[in-house]
Design a protein around this ligand. Structure first.
Ligand SMILES: Cc1cc2nc3c(=O)[nH]c(=O)nc-3n(C[C@H](O)[C@H](O)[C@H](O)COP(=O)(O)OP(=O)(O)OC[C@H]3O[C@@H](n4cnc5c(N)ncnc54)[C@H](O)[C@@H]3O)c2cc1C
Length: 467
């Protein structure tokens, strides 16, 4: 980057909010995707404190054709905030104010750099509840909006798209725009708000958001339901969903629960069977909760469940959730990629059977678990295989080949079932080569047209989603 331009850019945010030292910029070259060979060092990291500063930066970057990669908490799993063409990383970390929690309208108004952890506590402190919950709480509101984040509660309450009511964005040209507001309804022109949600930083930079919050459920309860095998567990899901709408409904093989138990030194409430359903219920009263839990137990037992274990106290529920959510930590070191295929709910069983078939055919370990209730299947592609119950490393040349085959076969299987290659993580850099397998050329052409309208010089997160 031309030194004079660098100085001009730094002057906009001030030297205390700029990083140019390559060693200090190293952390800004990757996200949580495990293969660091997709990483790239930026030429400059800038941390604006206001929308006005963002606008000045983007205007100058557009004028001079400098790529800008917006960055939130960098918890993404597909290289979305990796500055692939170099240029500027625009980190929203300094824009982290919770501006208002408006109880009368049940809306929170926050800056893009607020982390999920802080947002959730502030909302709870104000007596409200915010359902979308990606598993990593250092994700930021702007990043969650840019990826249309989900999480396990999506089965009942939907993804973040269903909660964002207003946005302040800065366009590539440097215009600050307000989209939507504290509104439940709007039929006023094209819905640019929804277009920006899930656009992975390629259309605009999100600087503020108005987010709907809701009343906290009066009661929650977690049921752990063991089945002898995967087919029985997943086959029961549509029957459960026809009767109740759980807050979360996940399937988890006992094999990975055991690994997480050992990692945390905690005990899962039930050791029977091979695949467990974790069902989280919420209700308006304890009576309603009892009735719903009984309905779930009856359906599960009628469909081959071996038992129904109830976690009814906050401590027991926390224990189950902790073990479930720390599976990733327990196998992270050997995980290459977490696939994120989303299929119609009735196709989950068949898709997971395809994973099992691949495991056998390729002689690999593909631990698979996830949101059975919303069709989002997380298959983990691993650098190890299981031999006699032990994790044995696989040579790199072998696992790189496996990764390509597993991706290609599972994405094709998902698409053939009417699914998509990402239910919540986004396309980013890593899934870009597979986009054409699930969206038509006409669909991609329209997306490219939209990109050109928003960002004619192509400076915003270039090389992401499509080329
Ligand atoms: C352990 C673990 C569990 C996870 N579980 C889930 C889960 O259950 N559900 C789920 O949905 N995801 C999950 N994720 C993925 C990740 O947490 C989400 O994708 C999250 O929404 C990313 O937010 P972030 O702030 O970290 O974004 P980043 O990784 O920083 O960026 C993601 C994308 O958003 C863009 N972006 C960031 N901020 C802005 C902004 N202000 N304006 C415009 N564009 C912006 C970036 O350019 C990039 O394209 C998980 C990740 C981990 C590590």
């Amino acid at each position: 980057m031309d030194p004079a331009l660098r100085d001009e850019l730094i002057e906009i945010v001030g030297p205390d909010c700029a990083v140019a030292d390559p060693e200090k910029m190293a952390d800004y070259g990757h996200d949580e995707f495990s293969l660091r060979d997709i990483g790239r060092l930026p030429e400059l990291v800038l941390k604006p404190r206001s929308p006005f500063q963002v606008a000045c930066l983007l205007e100058l970057a557009s004028e001079r054709g400098v790529p800008v990669t917006p960055r939130g908490g960098a918890t993404g799993l597909c290289g979305g905030c990796v500055p692939a063409p170099g240029g500027i990383v625009l980190s929203l970390e300094k824009m982290d104010r919770i501006l208002e929690i408006d109880a009368a309208n049940q809306m929170a108004w926050v800056e893009a750099g607020v982390t999920l952890k802080r947002f959730e506590s502030a909302v709870e402190e104000a007596g409200f509840y915010f359902p979308p919950h990606p598993g990593e709480e250092s994700a930021m509101i702007g990043g969650m909006i840019a990826t249309n984040a989900g999480g396990s509660r999506a089965v009942k309450y939907g993804v973040i798209r269903n909660y964002v009511r207003g946005l302040e964005i800065v366009t590539a040209a440097g215009d600050i725009l307000t989209l939507g507001g504290k509104l439940i309804k709007s039929s006023t022109g094209y819905n640019l708000l929804q277009l920006v949600i899930g656009s992975e930083g390629t259309l605009a930079v999100v600087t503020k958001a108005v987010i709907q919050v809701m009343a906290k459920p009066a009661a929650t309860r977690t049921l752990v339901i063991p089945f002898a095998g995967l087919a029985g567990a997943i086959g029961t899901v549509p029957r459960l969903l026809a009767a109740v709408v759980p807050l979360a409904l996940e399937f988890v093989p006992l094999e990975v629960i055991r690994i997480s138990e050992a990692h945390l030194d905690r005990r899962w409430p039930c050791g029977a069977g091979e695949t467990h359903l974790m069902v989280i219920l919420d209700a308006g009263s304890e009576d309603e909760m009892d009735r719903t839990s009984e309905a779930v137990a009856e359906i599960a037992l009628a469909n081959g469940a071996l038992d129904v274990c109830v976690a009814d106290t906050p401590a027991k529920q926390e224990n189950v959730l902790e073990i479930r959510s720390k599976i990733y930590d327990a196998i992270k070191r050997e995980t290459i990629e977490i696939l994120d295929v989303c299929v119609p709910r009735a196709e989950v069983a068949a898709h997971v059977m395809k994973v099992r078939e691949l495991e056998t055919r390729l002689g690999v370990w593909l631990p698979t678990f996830g949101h059975a209730g919303d069709g989002n299947v997380h298959t983990h592609v691993m650098k190890c295989r299981i031999e006699a119950g032990r994790r044995v490393p696989v040579p790199e040349a072998e696992w790189r080949g496996t990764l390509e085959r597993v991706r290609a076969e599972l994405y094709a299987d998902g698409a053939a079932r009417g699914g998509v290659i990402s239910g919540e993580h986004g396309i980013g850099l890593v899934k870009k080569p597979y986009l054409e397998g699930c969206l038509s050329p006409e669909h991609i052409a329209l997306m490219k047209g939209i990109k050109t309208v928003f960002d004619p010089r192509g400076i915003l997160n270039p090389g992401k989603v499509f080329d």
